[in-house]
Structure formats: C-alpha cells, structure tokens
Ligand binder design. Structure first.
Ligand code: ZN
Length: 58
C-alpha cells in the first residue's frame, strides 16, 4: 500500500502530511487509488474536482 504518486509507504502513519486519501481517477471511478496527503494537496484537489463535476450537468 503505497502512494500512487510518490510511492511513499502509506502504512507508516508517523508523518501527518502523508495521511492516505482515496483519490480516484475520473476514468476509473470504482478503482481504489490511494494518494498521500502531500500529493493531493490536503485532499483539496479532489474536493475541487468533485465540486466542478457537481456543478456541470452531464
Ligand atoms: Zn504521495
């Protein structure tokens, strides 16, 4: 279980900036993809992406 972006070992919870977030790719929404907090900007990137999606009628 490592970060999909930087390969950091997410099983080591010693570093709070490396907490794991479940950030899924738009093209693979059902595939679990863990990214550390550092790589997903505290989860803000994902929140913004979801907000953008929600704001657009498909
Ligand atoms: Zn990372």
């Amino acid at each position: 279980m490592v970060c999909a972006e930087c390969d950091y070992d997410l099983r080591e919870f010693k570093d709070e900036t490396r907490l794991p977030y479940d950030v899924r790719l738009p093209e693979r929404p059902k595939a679990r993809r863990l990214v550390c907090r550092q790589c997903c900007n505290d989860g803000m990137d994902e929140m913004e992406r979801l907000a953008t999606l929600a704001g657009k009628p498909s």
